[in-house]
Ligand binder design. Structure first.
Ligand code: CP3
Length: 355
């Protein structure tokens, strides 16, 4: 630590996550965790019960801010992620959305040109989503100074898979089928979600989000030209539009299970950081992805259930593999409800004690 009393120069923002996103290698990587506000935490379950259902929690700013803050209070993560859901966009475009306990999301479906025409215009989303912006404003007031606030949205392909199937699917079959059968309608859905996402993320940034992340959870089922057209192109369009309005706000892209398509993804899309799932090895990703800039990831979420020396070893191995460049420690996917909160503390302690 420096004893120099002068203020930090602009080029080196104090917040550790922003420093990593600016390309700085740090001796201890900053850390946060996908789904860090979630059912593995008893305090989350209590607030969720108070809200009633999951969507009420998303749309009640005080409670959404409260659950966002809970993992920060308990663990002191370096970043907080806005509490919301990627499926609020289809709802804000006029689709029905509800959650079936124990099963997951359900939506009205969209597979015809008529149903596409019935979607609201992108600009209409703010009517539904303004409580989310209020959550962001509360958080930017209440978060500790050193904690970075991350906003997010689903990437168009992933959001479209839920809009077309009306639910989560193992292989995204209905979306692939529509892509083959009626390319124009499929492209129309992608375009509408892309436009809505630009407006949504801009509004989050204007409300106080310091970083935004695009979740493309099903990018791994796109191959060849489809990956270029529906994972790379929409991300590039969203990031270009955001950078035009907010050039200094970093973007994290998460094309989950992209495999060798992680290579060059940051350059192709303009993302400042690529988030890695746990199917790629950290050594491979250090050589092939981190060469282009910051990476985030990639501990297997199962370690949060099983813990023990295996958790410590796997955590240290990731920290070591990425030690040569900018890195944000995270899981490879969201923490699961059966995780043990003590294992999260052990992971953080292992990262911060140094590998
Ligand atoms: O990471 C965070 O803590 C921020 C909040 C957040 C949620 N969902 C809260 C949530 C974020 C970033 C998401 C993203 C999201 N939502 C994705 C992309 C990331 C991923 O996990 O691949 C997807 C595909 C969704 C859609 C979604 N939302 C599904 C499939 C489900 C049901 C599965 C489940 O875990 O129950 C949700 C519900 C959901 N979103 C919960 C949370 C905390 C659980 C709801 C509850 O409390 O009952």
């Amino acid at each position: 630590m420096t004893q120099d009393p002068r203020p930090e120069p602009q080029k080196s923002p104090a917040k550790t996550i922003l420093r990593a996103l600016a390309g700085e290698r740090q001796p201890v990587p900053p850390i946060w965790m996908m789904r860090q506000a979630g059912r593995y935490l008893p305090e989350y379950r209590a607030t969720r019960a108070q809200a009633g259902d999951f969507l009420s929690l998303c749309y009640t700013p005080d409670l959404a801010a409260e659950v966002t803050l809970q993992p920060i209070r308990r663990y002191g993560f370096d970043a907080a992620i806005l509490f919301a859901d990627i499926l609020l966009i289809p709802q804000a475009l006029g689709m029905d959305l509800w959650f079936v306990t124990g099963e997951g999301p359900r939506l009205s479906t969209i597979t015809t040109p008529e149903e596409l025409a019935a979607l609201k215009p992108a600009e209409a989303i703010h009517e539904t989503l303004s409580p989310v912006y209020e959550t962001v404003r509360i958080l930017s007031r209440e978060l500790p100074r050193e904690t970075t606030l991350i906003g997010f949205a689903g990437a168009p392909w992933t959001v479209a898979t839920y809009m077309i199937a009306g639910r989560g699917t193992r292989d995204q079959g209905p979306a692939h089928a529509l892509k083959q059968a009626d390319r124009a309608t499929f492209q129309g859905i992608i375009d509408r979600v892309t436009e809505a996402t630009i407006l949504y993320l801009s509004a989050q940034i204007e409300a106080g989000a310091e970083v935004v992340k695009l979740f493309d959870s099903w990018a791994g089922s796109l191959h060849g030209q489809d990956f270029d057209d529906f994972a790379v192109a929409p991300a590039r369009r969203i990031i270009a539009a955001l950078k035009e309005r907010h050039p200094h706000v970093p973007v994290i892209a998460f094309p989950r299970e992209a495999g060798d398509r992680y290579i060059g993804f940051a350059k192709a899309t303009g993302a400042d950081c690529v988030a890695l799932d746990n199917s790629v090895s950290a050594e491979w990703a250090a050589r092939n992805v981190q060469v282009d800039g910051c990476v985030q990831g990639n501990l297997a979420p199962g370690h949060m259930v099983t813990g023990g020396p295996a958790l410590v070893d796997a955590t240290r191995a990731i920290v070591r593999a990425f030690a040569g460049g900018p890195h944000i420690f995270n899981l490879g996917h969201g923490i699961t409800p059966d995780a043990n909160p003590e294992n999260v503390a052990l992971m953080i302690q292992t990262v911060r004690e140094g590998a």
